[in-house]
Structure formats: C-alpha cells, structure tokens
Design a protein around this ligand. Sequence first.
Ligand code: SAH
Length: 213
Amino acid sequence: MIGRDERILQFVYTLRSKGVTDERVLMAMEKTDRAIFIRGTFTERAYDDMPLPIECGQTISQPSVVGIMTQALKVGPRDTVLEVGTGSGYQAAVLSHLARRVYTIDRHRRLTEAAEARFRALDMANITVFTGDGSFGLPGQAPFDRIMVTAAAEDPPGPLLAQLREGGIMVVPVGQSDAVQTLIKVTRTPDGLDYEELLPVRFVPLVEGRGDH
Ligand code: SAH
C-alpha cells in the first residue's frame, strides 16, 4: 500500500509527462483531492489518469485532460470563470484555486447538489453552483473572463461566445457526440473570434434542457 503523499507525487509526475507544466495548475491539482469527488470503490482509482463514472451516467474527466484544459484557459487570480458541466465538481474545485470566482452549471440537480456539498465541506467559498441548461450560459453573471465547457458540443454554443469578455478565452470540446472530438480554444479579440485546435478528446455530449434528476 503506498501512502497519499507518494500517490500525489506520482500523480504530478504523470501530469507533467502528459504536458501539464504550468506550476500554478499543478499546484491547484495537487491541492485538490480527487478522491473526494468520486464515490464507492472507484475512489481507489482516484489518482490514476483515467476518467471514472459518476452518478447520472456521467464521468469525471481524466486528470491530464483537466490539467491541459485548465492550462489552456490561462486563468488569472482576478478572473471570473464559468464552467459548463459541473459533474462531480472536481474541475470547478481546481479552477477555484486559480480564479477569483467560479460559476458552474449542470443540468442534473443530483450532481449539482452533491458538488455543492463537497465545496461547502472544503470551504470553497468562491464557487457558485447552478442547475440548468448551461448551453445558454448565465446571462445574469456574464460577461466572463474565461469559460470552460466540459461536455462536447457540435459547435461552440453561441450564447457562451456572446458571454465571453474581450480578451477572454473559452475551451470547449467540439464534435459529434461519439465520434472524434477536438478540444478548441476560442479567444475573443478586438476583431472577433480566434479559433485554435488543441488536441483530440472524448467527452460526454452537451445535452439540451434540464436533466430528470
Ligand atoms: N467537469 C466535470 C465532468 C463533466 S461530465 C467534473 O469535473 O467532474 C459532463 C457534465 O456535463 C455532466 O455532468 C452533464 O450532466 C453535463 N451537461 C451535459 N449537457 C449539459 C448542459 N446542456 N448544461 C449543463 N450541463 C450539461
């Protein structure tokens, strides 16, 4: 049996070897115990670099993908960030160490309630959780400095692009739900939108409307 410290060392080593090199991002991920965001027997695999099942048929993303997406977002300490797809809350918790404020939204109430309870237990007071269809963003809280979408859309949703501040960055997996998806970085410049393809990824689909539970 290896201890948590050793697991964390290996975890950070794996993240680095997969291209997560930003020290602030590595620090945020080191501080966020992924085991807290996973239930049941899967907690044993919390520090493995793999996605794992969570409630409502969804998944907590692979840590190296969380790292690469967080790094691509270039979050600063004064930034307001919107995350679409709360899931377990893990990604939002990582972001909360880097941003001034994090808004996160999921269509499943069961997931948002569990995530909110975790944030409260961890004293993460700068995260606000919403339940609803995140493809419309949060008009009341917009504009955002950074937007991260953690479910795959066919195209970057228009309302989210509209809620991105000038100079703002959005990362979003784009593609047909089960086919190849590409992680896209969108930057709002004074002249419009700049698109950059980052890497192939596989996410659960962005689904319209509220979840049943
Ligand atoms: N970021 C999460 C993993 C996300 S899995 C984590 O760190 O654990 C993708 C999530 O997107 C799922 O929880 C799913 O319910 C949610 N989702 C899918 N379509 C959505 C939509 N239109 N609005 C809000 N959430 C959505």
